[in-house]
Design a protein around this ligand. Sequence first.
Ligand code: DQA
Length: 147
Amino acid sequence: KRVLVLHGPNLNLLGKREPDIYGATTLQTINDRLNARAAELGLELTIIQTNYEGKMIDAIQQAQDNYACIIINPAAFTHYSVAVRDALAAINVPAIEVHLSNIYRREEFRHHSVISPVAVGQIAGFGADGYLLALEAAVCLIRGASL
Ligand code: DQA
């Protein structure tokens, strides 16, 4: 089973970027851990990081028929990109929303996600481990154990 992992803008800077909020783990390390766990679970991952909204939308559109599940950290797009939300709504591949930080205990403008209504669920506040939790959730979704 194939799972698409999408990392949004500025996540290429993880490790250096506001480490007090996002942690010291680099994106490369996160991706290595994801690939290692995916191999144990028998999943095949495609991992994409982009700083461009259009690239994220293209990747979501192309996920139709190619992936069983999407794990997405839309980063700042979370809070305003109706276009990313519409792309997720347009396909019938279930999406799991991930945030390293707990967006609800941060600035007011981060409290709202335009993505959540089109995601199966959200994992936020567990740092880099959130991606691994999302992978376990993906297995549940693929097994059909969730709503
Ligand atoms: C983030 C939270 C967003 O508010 C922020 O814009 C990010 C990262 C997170 O993973 O905690 O870039 O999605």
